[in-house]
Design a protein around this ligand. Structure first.
Ligand SMILES: [Zn+2]
Length: 95
């Protein structure tokens, strides 16, 4: 199924938001993105790879950077001591 342009623009808008404001309020939890293939990306990686991600969303260059949604680390409850890593740089996103 092809995403509509409107849906793509909404993802890019959220992407910009996540880069500008990498922490959720209230709580100060990290915001991270997840890709089509289930990888998790921290806000730093979103910033560094912004062009690739946008290209992937609009053009579909198949670079593996197709971000399809965003989540706040405060919403993942995997039990105490569980650490969720960024799949690109290995930074912990739920500190
Ligand atoms: Zn990262």
């Amino acid at each position: 199924m092809k995403d509509s342009l409107k849906a793509k623009m909404a993802v890019v808008r959220q992407l910009k938001q996540a880069i500008r404001h990498p922490y959720a309020w209230p709580g100060g939890y990290d915001i991270f993105a997840y890709t089509e293939d289930g990888a998790i990306l921290c806000s730093n990686c979103l910033k560094e790879n912004y062009r690739l991600i946008v290209c992937e969303i609009y053009v579909g260059c198949s670079t593996g950077w197709k971000v399809c949604g965003f989540e706040c680390a405060g919403n993942i409850d995997c039990g105490d001591g569980y650490e969720q890593y960024c799949d690109h740089c290995r930074a912990i996103v739920n500190e």
